[in-house]
Design a protein around this ligand. Structure first.
Ligand code: SAH
Length: 219
């Protein structure tokens, strides 16, 4: 068993190096983000049958009609989150496979992540523990409520798209914090970065994206 995993690890390090070259071609420059993506075994976050495709630049199914985001999007969103300087406390909405959580955990002090589908949350927890990451907390909850207990956050990252930015999430942003969130439905989603200033909120439109919908309630 161990040898088999090491075997995959060897190959996947090379494929991850290729993934990294592609990310740089696509304009990702943040050394921390590139480093975390080189080190993180993305194939462990997808089903075994899809492991050989884990380093392609594509979203892949993780069950329950959900997907693990494409590597470029994970890199881009993380870069947008960290561009303004170091971040201590992050709230992620939509743990999904836990891959984005793993990337964040290597770059910030503490990650709080909520997921509405319980079996996904459980699987993500096992993956993150297997990687020996400890600076994360997961909650089975509707991210529309944020996670009040640890608010305010220095950064919020949502990996599911609401039709409008939930007020509750805006309220849980610390001053000078950023939120990166896809907004809109179907083919008309746009990735936005919201910055909380001393006096209000500034919104930048980044690029068109294609995320699963932000849904209410828990499963
Ligand atoms: N970051 C994840 C992306 C998973 S897809 C990864 O890298 O794998 C988005 C996830 O958001 C799905 O798992 C979906 O169940 C979850 N989601 C959608 N709406 C949500 C909500 N309101 N609260 C919490 N999670 C939500």
């Amino acid at each position: 068993m161990k040898q088999r995993i090491e075997g995959i690890g060897m190959t996947s390090r090379r494929t991850r190096e290729r993934m990294l070259a592609r990310l740089m071609e696509q304009g990702i420059t943040h050394p921390g983000v590139l480093g975390a993506m080189l080190e993180t075994p993305r194939h462990l976050f997808v089903e075994e049958a899809l492991a050989s495709r884990a380093y392609e630049d594509t979203a892949l199914p993780i069950g329950f009609n959900q997907t693990i985001s494409q590597p470029y999007i994970v890199a881009r969103m993380t870069e947008l989150l960290l561009e303004r300087g170091p971040v201590n406390k992050v709230l992620e909405v939509g743990t999904g496979s836990g891959y984005q959580t793993a990337i964040l955990a290597q770059l910030v002090k503490r990650v709080h992540s909520v997921e509405r589908i319980y079996p996904l949350q459980q699987r993500a927890r096992r993956c993150l523990q297997d990687l020996n990451l400890r600076n994360f907390r997961l909650k089975h909850s509707d991210g529309g409520w944020g996670w009040d207990e640890y608010a305010p956050y220095d950064a919020i990252l949502a990996t599911a798209a609401p039709s409008e930015i939930p007020e509750t999430l805006l309220a849980q942003m610390a001053r000078r914090s950023v939120m990166v969130i896809p907004v809109g439905q179907g083919a008309t989603q746009i990735l936005k970065r919201v910055t909380r200033t001393e006096v209000g909120f500034e919104v930048e439109e980044i690029e068109p994206v294609n995320f699963v919908p932000f849904l209410p309630g828990i499963l």
